[in-house]
Design a protein around this ligand. Sequence first.
Ligand SMILES: C[S@@+](CC[C@H](N)C(=O)[O-])C[C@H]1O[C@@H](n2cnc3c(N)ncnc32)[C@H](O)[C@@H]1O
Length: 295
Amino acid sequence: MISYTPKIWHIADVLKWSKSYLKEKGVESPQIEVEWLLRDILKFSRLEVYLKHDRPLSKEELLKFKKLLVERASGTPIQYVLGYAEFMGLDFKVTPSVLIPRPETEVLVEKVLEILKEDRWEKPIILDIGTGSGNIAISIAVNYPDCTVVGLDISSEALKIAKINAANNSVSERVDFIKINILKESPQVERYFNIIVSNPPYVAGEWFENLPEIVRKYEPVQALNPGEDDLVFYRRLGKLSNTLLSLDGILIVEIGGSYQEENVQNVFTEYNLGDFETIEDYLGQNRCIIAGLNK
Ligand SMILES: C[S@@+](CC[C@H](N)C(=O)[O-])C[C@H]1O[C@@H](n2cnc3c(N)ncnc32)[C@H](O)[C@@H]1O
């Protein structure tokens, strides 16, 4: 009699098979992503995945893994498959209602923290315009306990996620989220914020059409695409800075790269901002512009 013994899948087998499967499906970094899926299912550190190559997966673990793998292979970004993304060393819940936080945006947060640590303001109040998952607002609050932050977004769904993220990172008491269409409305305060920070939608027109499919198809268009005019949010930020920012306050924005730098600075100059500084991201792209009000 032939007896059927189901194949036992060890971590090493799963890694090898799934890596080539994802590669075939066009995933750019299959090894890293398979490891990430495994770590999530097994609650392992990256090191454990390496050290326990001969650990067999149970039937349940295999089923769970297969479900996630198929979802990733269908094109869904891994952060949406897993339901979270890492930013500034913290975990953020993400769904397709929010942009996946990008490593280059960490440069913006690091600059804000550097300025905050100069202790220019006793209890600084910070405004994050277009907060999305709350990644900028929350990582600032986590890393600088003496500040309060207000995050604004047009998307109610995004704000729900942001609130969960604030609670998960234990900063709900110092971070408020408000639904607002910043192109049409404004917080009703004057010279209230010491820092305004924003990573606004800036991928306009053709730039948007040329984004990789994984971004264009899965991430919220509203978070990326401002329409035909890539400067529309920068104009609004320039204008709002004149009422919302304290006279010694600072505006810090993310930009798409060197191609936007001069145009954004020109817009800000029209709105009485100056003293510009540009910061590069880890890939050497001009990524942030810092400005202050001309006195
Ligand atoms: C580029 S995403 C930034 C998300 C997050 N802050 C980050 O850095 O990953 C821009 C955000 O602006 C929001 N947004 C778009 N149009 C808006 C508007 N008119 N008023 C307020 N927020 C808006 C989007 O919903 C999105 O969350």
